[in-house]
Design a protein around this ligand. Structure first.
Ligand SMILES: Cc1cc2nc3c(=O)[nH]c(=O)nc-3n(C[C@H](O)[C@H](O)[C@H](O)COP(=O)(O)OP(=O)(O)OC[C@H]3O[C@@H](n4cnc5c(N)ncnc54)[C@H](O)[C@@H]3O)c2cc1C
Length: 543
């Protein structure tokens, strides 16, 4: 049986960061929107600090038995099942239990090809939009979502029209050490802009500072997340219908080659066809590419809007790697500092004298905290008396300084469909083929060395450097699979993130990002989704 609910103005597939931001704008501007979200709609009462359930038993992460992915390091080898770049699949998406660091990209991020020139083996490209074009939307998201930070503290940030709605969060012990180390080295550092409220704002209470939000969800409902802010905003308009546990399997075309309907299956296994004027993909860059590739037709035998075989290519994931150290005095990260952090963009901008392209965001973090079961230092014994002694000696005394690797886009690094592995619904899973570029590895070594220097300058002992030797998707950041550009031969979407080949299909997650940049992407993902949603509203009469 196939149900046919009433046609609406817009269907958004995915209710994570980008889908929620777009829903807020579209509904507040008068459109009727249906959101189809694969996962459940969890409430704050269902979150808590059960580490075994949340982290080890996939209560909040995608279960690799139900939702596997596969990965490989060469097209010649068989891909293996691997929870590559996992992001929670539920209403709120990745923001349900995230860290919530929200730096802006810098102006040069939008023109790296111009700044750094050609890099052999990569598809480095400028964005078709500039920082200046996105700046009003950065501002809109920071103020609507609720971000705490200190304007001007990051000396490398682009111009901004005003400061943050809230001052920085109270400083954690490891943020204090980070600032101290940077100051001794003469490097700029700043309080990491945080998806949290340091004081009541916009009718919301101040955020309860707890180490048990990242990886565990937020039982207080006070952090800034899609679940706590943009989705309630859209619901309040009365024009937003969010259908959880609605897994979109395919987008089907009408006679004119436009999207007619999203075909989805609900929790009871019933199939539906939801029609609309426009469709927005907000599944995250991996699942968006997968859904496009699964949506084949006579017009698009290789996948939706994929006439040039670019859907899924140029995928980038960042990589999170760190130096770690111990301190004589306690860090107490578990006691409430959580992931309130300190950052530096000192080695973010491109500098040709370093011998590689670009750089990345460096920031402080507690080691393995708030995850006492899963915590560990490199080489830590895992069992017995020795393991217990290491816990006693170091659990309270360790910290990391980590970096976000700006990995380069490459044509052959891609997401496609695995022809041997299916998910629990019988659909082919995403297969990731990825070989890091030498630039990625050189940049990673350089940044991890700088992380170690900060720890040493702050008085850290036994500094251990953990270099990124491959890209494993450990950041849960994903971009590039439907890159935007002005040239339809070299891009999937135009500057408005509308696919070149299907004019009522927009992509609002990280898929259109031509480059990964070296910063956490979600503020930019939401700002861009806001921009695209405004374009959809203002261009409505022209479609
Ligand atoms: C532990 C953790 C910490 C993080 N910390 C940070 C941070 O500090 N700063 C930062 O910038 N980013 C951070 N991130 C990354 C951030 O969560 C993502 O960048 C962000 O959520 C991406 O938004 P999105 O809308 O593209 O996708 P998501 O938020 O992943 O939402 C996509 C949604 O689409 C749904 N979906 C997928 N396929 C389908 C389908 N076929 N049908 C229906 N629904 C579908 C999924 O279930 C999901 O809910 C973190 C992520 C994790 C997991």
């Amino acid at each position: 049986m196939t149900g046919k609910p009433d046609r609406v103005d817009a269907v958004i597939i995915g209710a994570g960061a980008s889908g929620a931001a777009a829903a807020k704008v579209l509904t507040e501007r008068g459109l009727r929107v249906v959101a189809l979200e694969k996962g459940p709609w969890r409430t704050k009462e269902s979150f808590g600090g059960d580490e075994l359930a949340n982290v080890n038993r996939y209560n909040l992460w995608p279960d690799p038995i139900l939702n596997p992915r596969t990965s490989r390091t060469s097209p010649e080898v068989a891909a293996e099942v691997d929870p590559f770049c996992p992001v929670p699949q539920m209403v709120g998406g990745g923001t349900v239990h995230w860290q919530g660091w929200l730096p802006r990209f810098t102006p040069n991020d939008f023109r790296l090809r111009t700044v750094a020139g050609d890099l052999a083996g990569t598809t480095l490209a400028d964005w078709p939009i500039t920082y200046e074009e996105l700046e009003p939307y950065y501002d809109a998201v920071e103020w609507a979502f609720g971000v705490s930070g200190q304007a001007g503290a990051n000396h490398f940030e682009g111009p901004r029209r005003r400061g943050y709605p809230c001052p920085p969060m109270p400083q954690s012990r490891y943020a204090e050490k980070f600032h101290d180390g940077c100051a001794k080295l003469g490097w700029n550092s700043f309080p990491t802009p945080q998806a949290a409220l340091s004081q009541p704002f916009n009718g919301r209470p101040a955020t309860v500072v707890s180490a048990f939000a990242q990886q565990h969800g937020d039982p207080t409902g006070t952090r800034s997340s899609a679940l706590n802010v943009f989705i309630p905003d859209a619901v309040a308009t009365g024009r937003y219908e969010l259908r959880p546990e609605s897994y979109v399997r395919e987008l089907v075309l009408d006679d004119r080659g436009r999207i007619k309907a999203a075909v989805y299956e609900d929790a009871a296994g019933v199939m539906f066809e939801q029609e609309a004027d426009v469709f927005l993909l907000a599944c995250g860059a991996v699942e968006t590419a997968r859904l496009m590739l699964m949506s084949t037709s006579a017009r698009f035998p290789g996948g939706l809007a994929n006439g040039n075989d670019l859907v899924g290519r140029n995928v980038t994931f960042h990589e999170y790697s760190a130096s770690v150290a111990t301190f004589d005095d306690p860090i107490y990260a578990w006691a409430g500092g959580g992931y309130v952090s300190a950052s530096s963009f000192q080695f973010y901008e491109h500098d040709a004298s370093r011998g590689f392209v670009s750089g990345g965001h460096i920031a402080a973090a507690g080691v393995g905290i708030p995850l006492p079961i899963n915590w560990g230092l490199p080489g830590k014994p895992t069992w017995g008396v020795e393991a217990k002694q290491v816990d006693r000696d170091y659990f309270n005394h360790s910290m990391a300084v980590a970096m976000v690797l700006h990995d380069m886009p490459q044509h052959d690094n891609r997401v496609d469909l695995d022809d041997t592995v299916v998910d629990a619904w019988g659909l082919p899973v995403a297969r990731i083929t990825l070989i890091p570029h030498e630039n990625d590895l050189a940049q990673g070594r350089f940044l991890v060395d700088r992380c170690g220097e900060i720890l040493e300058a702050a008085g850290g002992k036994d500094v251990t450097k953990v270099y990124a030797e491959k890209v494993t998707g450990n950041c849960s950041h994903q971009h590039g699979t439907a890159r935007m550009g002005d040239d339809p031969d070299t891009s999937v979407t135009d500057r408005h993130c509308r696919t070149h080949e299907v004019d009522n299909l927009f992509i609002v997650d990280g898929s259109p990002f031509p480059t990964a940049t070296g910063a956490n992407p979600t503020l930019t993902i939401m700002a861009n989704a806001w921009r695209v949603a405004e374009f959809i509203v203002t261009s409505k009469g022209n479609r």
